[in-house]
Design a protein. Structure first.
Length: 325
């Protein structure tokens, strides 16, 4: 098949995703050509497609992929042809059969991490690493609430927190997903409606609430998260699966117990190649020891990315979703 990439020429539903052929010129100096084998799908791809995160149109798609170095341009010494690499940074364009990228964005992949696992876990795993260890600085024995705990990132968060020795309370949309979170190591797994969640969390913590909430749901879960945090605790709102968090008055934080709120992004915690490789090495170490298992719940061919977007938005996925090339 002719090499191609996916693009959007307008904001909207999955139907705006288009395929366009790629005409490949020789690799430019300072660039690396990667032949993709697997592409990761994340909610940030939905945010960009819908325009929640604005982008210039037409826009390439995708932030995360894994593959093999096919060619290198003049002056490139960091990688050689045949090296297995992944990436989570750089310009949009991961949804393609092949692409050129500067070597500073590339992360070498160890033999123990397959292309599919790398594509399924690099963005989510690096995010889990900085959320837990750099942003919230979770300590053993602290109590933590994880929303969407059976999703790709949620599953990694639960396992990482369990290994760390935190008391993990997982919340998922169905009993089956809650059971999956419990299998990942959650001490308490809930599937109650959001308007009942804070009461269930308080019951599970003796009325105290949790030290940290990791909330990637956004608008729908904001009130429940706010009511679940212990005094002087931390609410980490890192995603907008149900839409952005509503505007709020800082007095609400005082009334909730002088709590802290942060809205982190990977761009501020994995800014340099060294930071990205350090965070990914922590992830790979946990994968290699089996402390974190990457659940790939579903795969779609790259040319069926619109169907993958529909499944993700419809909350019909578990674990990570990978687009195969």
């Amino acid at each position: 098949m002719t090499d191609y990439r996916l693009v959007t020429r307008s904001f909207g539903g999955p139907e705006v995703i288009e395929s366009e052929p790629l005409g490949l010129a020789p690799v430019a100096p300072g660039q690396v050509r990667i032949r993709h084998r697997a592409v990761g799908l994340n909610f940030i791809d939905v945010y960009r497609r819908t325009g929640l995160y604005p982008a210039d149109l037409p826009s390439a798609m995708g932030t995360e992929a894994a593959g093999v170095v096919e060619a290198v341009g003049e002056g490139v010494t960091e990688v050689t042809v045949g090296d297995r690499v992944g990436y989570v940074s750089g310009p949009l364009g991961a949804c393609a059969t092949v692409r050129d990228l500067a070597p500073e964005h590339l992360i070498p992949l160890p033999d123990a991490v397959s292309d599919e696992v790398a594509a399924a876990s690099l963005l989510k795993g690096i995010t889990a690493a900085f959320l837990i260890e750099e942003c919230a600085k979770v300590q053993p024995g602290q109590s933590v609430l994880v929303h969407a705990a059976a999703g790709g990132l949620g599953s990694i968060l639960v396992q990482w927190l369990h290994r760390l020795g935190a008391h993990v309370i997982a919340h998922a949309s169905t009993p089956e997903k809650a059971a999956a979170a419990q299998a990942d190591g959650a001490d308490v797994a809930l599937s109650v409606p959001l308007d009942q969640l804070a009461a269930a969390v308080r019951e599970a913590t003796g009325g105290r609430g949790v030290d940290v909430v990791f909330d990637g749901v956004g608008a729908d879960s904001w009130a429940a998260s706010l009511a679940s945090v212990a005094k002087r605790g931390l609410l980490v709102t890192y995603g907008n699966a149900s839409g952005p968090v509503p505007a709020f008055n800082p007095l609400e934080l005082m009334r909730a117990g002088s709590i802290f709120v942060t809205r982190p992004t990977m761009n501020d915690y994995a800014t340099t190649p060294e930071e990205r490789r350090d965070l990914s090495s922590r992830l790979f170490a946990l994968i290699e020891t089996g402390a974190v298992k990457i659940a790939i719940g579903q795969t779609f061919p790259l040319d069926q990315a619109a169907d993958a977007h529909r499944a993700l938005e419809g909350r019909r996925t578990t674990g990570s979703t990978v687009l195969t090339v």
